[in-house]
Design a protein around this ligand. Structure first.
Ligand code: NAP
Length: 307
C-alpha cells in the first residue's frame, strides 16, 4: 500500500535531513529567511538549537519529508543517504529532493533512479563552501538533475549561497564538478605544505612565505584560463615558457627539494612528463601540452615517471 502524502500547500516550506556541521548551516539559512523549516537528524538533540531559533522538529524522517515540497539532504556519505531513502518508502512522492551529500557521479545517478521510480524530482548538488560561509556570496553551489526541480526551487536554493550553477539534467554532473574541485584543493594543499616545509628548512616561517604563494595564485587565474583554452583547442602555446625552458630548470628544482629532504615525488612525475613530451618532439609547446600524455590514462602517465 502506498504511503504517499499530499504535498503541503506552503510552497516555501523546506525540510532539511541531517544536522551535522553543514546540514545545520543549511537549515539556519532557511530559518533566517523565515521559511517554515522542518528538520530531522538521526541524533535528535542536534536539532535543539535550530528548534529554539524557529525550526520545526520532526520525530521521524518520513514525517520530516511529508512536511515540505522541497527536501534537502546533507548527511555524511552515500551510505547514510541510502539508510534514509530506505526508511522513506513513498513519503517523498510528489516532492523535490535536493541531495547535497558528497558522493560519486554514479551514486548520484543511483539516487536519481530511486527517485524517478517513486515520482520524486531529484536534484544532486555539490557544496564548494565551508559551513560558516553558507548564505554568503562566498558559497558556491553546483546542481544537476531535474530541470523542473531546479527551476521551481532556484530562489530557495539561492538562500544557501549566491553562486549557483545548474549543470544540466545528468544527475552525476554536479558530483563530477564537486569531486574535480575537491581533488584540485587536496593536490594544491599538499603541494603547498611541501613548499612550506621546503622554505622552512632554511628557517623561513610559513607566514613569511605565504604572501609569495598567495600572490602567485592571484596571478595564476589568467594563466589557468589560457591553459584551458589550449587544452580545448589542442594548440599549446608557451605558458610561462616552452617545455624546453621548463625542462632546463627541473633537475635544479628537484635537487633543491631533495637535498633538503623534502619529498619531490610529484615534481619527479612532472619532470618525467616534460622529458617525454620533449623527446617526442614537442619541446616548443607549453606546459598545457602535457594533457596529451595525461589523457592516455594513469598507466601511460605513470610510466613517464621512469627516466
Ligand atoms: P558531519 O558534521 O559529520 O555530519 C554528518 C551528518 O550525517 C550528521 O547529521 C549525522 O547524523 C548524519 N549521518 C551519518 N550517518 C548517518 C546515517 N547512517 N543515517 C542518517 N544520518 C547519518 O558532516 P558535515 O560536515 O555536515 O558534512 C555533511 C556532508 O556535506 C558531507 O557529505 C560532506 O562531504 C559535505 N560537505 C561538507 C563540507 C564542510 O565543510 N563541512 C563542505 C562541503 C561539503 P548524527 O548527528 O546522528 O551522527
Amino acid at each position: 500500500m502506498s504511503n504517499a502524502s499530499a504535498v503541503p500547500s506552503d510552497r516555501s516550506a523546506v525540510t532539511v535531513l541531517g544536522l551535522g556541521s553543514m546540514g545545520a548551516a543549511l537549515a539556519t539559512a532557511f530559518v533566517r529567511d523565515d521559511r517554515r523549516t522542518t528538520v530531522w537528524n538521526r541524533t535528535p538533540e542536534k536539532a535543539d538549537r535550530l528548534v529554539a531559533d524557529g525550526a520545526v522538529r520532526a520525530m521521524t524522517v518520513a514525517d520530516a519529508v511529508v512536511a515540505s515540497p522541497l527536501v534537502v539532504v546533507c548527511v555524511l556519505d552515500h551510505a547514510a543517504v541510502l539508510d534514509i531513502l530506505d526508511a522513506l518508502g513513498d513519503a517523498a512522492t510528489g516532492r523535490a529532493v535536493v541531495n547535497l551529500t558528497s558522493g560519486t557521479p554514479d551514486q548520484a545517478r543511483a539516487a536519481a533512479g530511486w527517485a524517478t521510480a517513486r515520482g520524486v524530482e531529484y536534484l544532486d548538488g555539490g557544496i564548494m563552501a565551508d559551513p560558516e560561509n553558507i548564505g554568503t556570496a562566498e558559497a558556491m553551489f553546483v546542481y544537476s538533475g531535474s530541470q523542473g526541480a531546479f527551476d521551481v526551487h532556484e530562489a530557495t536554493l539561492r538562500l544557501l549561497g549566491e553562486s549557483v550553477t545548474y549543470l544540466g539534467t545528468d544527475p552525476g554532473a554536479a558530483s563530477l564538478h564537486f569531486m574535480a574541485i575537491v581533488g584540485l584543493c587536496y593536490e594544491t594543499w599538499i603541494s603547498y605544505l611541501d613548499t612550506l616545509a621546503l622554505v622552512g628548512t632554511d628557517g623561513v616561517e610559513a607566514s613569511t612565505f605565504a604572501p609569495f604563494a598567495t600572490g602567485m595564485f592571484t596571478a595564476m587565474t589568467g594563466l589557468m584560463t589560457a591553459m584551458a583554452r589550449a587544452v580545448d583547442d589542442g594548440h599549446y602555446p608557451p605558458d610561462s615558457g616552452t617545455l624546453v625552458v621548463h625542462q632546463a630548470l627541473m633537475d635544479d628544482l628537484i635537487d633543491t627539494w631533495e637535498s633538503r629532504n623534502v619529498d619531490a615525488t610529484r615534481l619527479r612525475h612532472v619532470k618525467a612528463l616534460v622529458d617525454r613530451r620533449v623527446a617526442e618532439g614537442h619541446g616548443a609547446n607549453g606546459f598545457s601540452s602535457l594533457i596529451e600524455i595525461i589523457r592516455t590514462g594513469p598507466t601511460a602517465s605513470t610510466s613517464a615517471r621512469t627516466p
